[in-house]
Write a protein that binds this ligand. Structure first.
Ligand SMILES: [Zn+2]
Length: 128
């Protein structure tokens, strides 16, 4: 593998693993469509897509063509990371959405795209 390959994020590794039925979790509609498109493209169009979307492209190519690709993506997906401890509880459904973002951030976001913000003055959770 060339050192010029883009870094594949934990999220992308999980999305591509999910696309190939090897774990992870599904991407949002647009990203899943992009992964499917790169997966199905002929060589010419795949090269164009990988140029335009290097990170997702690299992950799909790994999964499809590299003997160690799935294992590599699984290592990326399982990498320990400092995870935000915040979660959004929905009393209506009883669901607890965990924030999936890393590093400092003001707006928390769950895997399903739900976003919320916690007011610094209170512990009240305010869904958008
Ligand atoms: Zn957060």
């Amino acid at each position: 593998m060339s050192t010029t390959n883009p870094t594949i994020t934990v999220e992308t590794a999980r999305h591509v693993l999910s696309h190939f039925g090897r774990g992870g979790y599904p991407a949002g509609d647009w990203t899943e469509s992009l992964i499917t498109l790169i997966d199905r493209a002929d060589m010419t169009n795949r090269a164009k897509l990988v140029t335009a979307f290097p990170e997702v492209g690299a992950a799909v190519l790994l999964a499809k063509y590299d003997e160690e690709g799935i294992a590599t993506l699984q290592r990326i997906a399982d990498a320990p990371k400092p995870q935000c401890p915040e979660a959004l509880y929905d009393p209506g459904t009883g669901n607890l959405r965990r924030c999936t973002q890393n590093g400092p951030h003001d707006d928390h976001q769950a895997a399903d795209g739900a976003q919320w913000r916690i007011d610094v003055d209170t512990t009240t959770e305010v869904p958008w």
